[in-house]
Design a protein around this ligand. Structure first.
Ligand code: COA
Length: 174
């Protein structure tokens, strides 16, 4: 069983997902602006959200590949978003970065700040050589996050070919 770290950034505290985050995560995921590209605009049920959360918790326990809730240092009780990794391809051990913020907190660099901490953890604690991120091409806000993170567009054999894929490599571009 992997022990999962809480990550701290200048403005944020990232806490590994817990079962008790279900309602706040579900509320975030059904927000029309958040679900638009993340969930193909589908308002998932609480049961679906629970399945997604429980599966992620199992992966985290078994492999250390985890998602975090994003909280402000100034008000850590309030969940304002999530960021973390999931398997893009578990057999090939290729991780994919995910993130989403409550729209009230967009436009302040908070998603980028959280994702930088996730990528640093992916390279240092988990020892990955590459972190991937993908999105629908029209999701310009997400592509801008990838660019701010220093990620670059890339071919990716494990990703859905319909998606725009970016990568960042440990130690910089190869
Ligand atoms: C993708 C998403 C997280 C981006 O949120 P965001 O707030 O635009 O991204 P950032 O946190 O990087 O903030 C960047 C913005 O803050 C501004 N900003 C303000 N202060 C800043 C600071 N101190 N540092 C960096 N940027 C700052 C930047 O100029 C930028 O604004 P711009 O896009 O108008 O140029 C958000 O749109 C979202 O939750 N979307 C729904 C979920 C989703 O689609 N996720 C991606 C699929 S995995």
């Amino acid at each position: 069983m992997h022990s999962l770290p809480t990550l701290t950034t200048p403005r944020l505290k990232l806490v590994p997902w817990r079962e008790e985050d279900l309602d706040a995560l579900h509320q975030l995921w059904v927000d029309p602006a958040v679900r638009r590209y993340l969930l193909d605009d589908r308002a998932i049920s609480r049961d679906e959200a629970r399945t997604f959360l429980v599966e992620a918790l199992e992966v985290a326990k078994a492999t250390g590949v985890t998602q975090w809730t994003i909280r402000r240092l100034a008000a850590p009780d309030e969940l304002i978003g999530f960021a973390g990794l999931r398997w893009l391809d578990a057999a090939a051990r290729q991780p994919e970065l995910m993130y989403g913020l409550d729209p009230r907190w967009w436009g302040q660099g908070l998603a980028t700040e959280a994702a930088l901490a996730v990528i640093d953890d992916a390279f240092t604690r988990l020892g990955f050589q590459t972190v991937w991120a993908s999105t629908d091409a029209p999701n310009r806000d997400s592509v801008r996050v990838m660019e701010r993170l220093g990620m670059t567009p890339s071919e990716c054999p494990w990703a859905d070919p319909k998606l725009v894929v970016y990568r960042v490599d440990r130690g910089g571009p190869q």
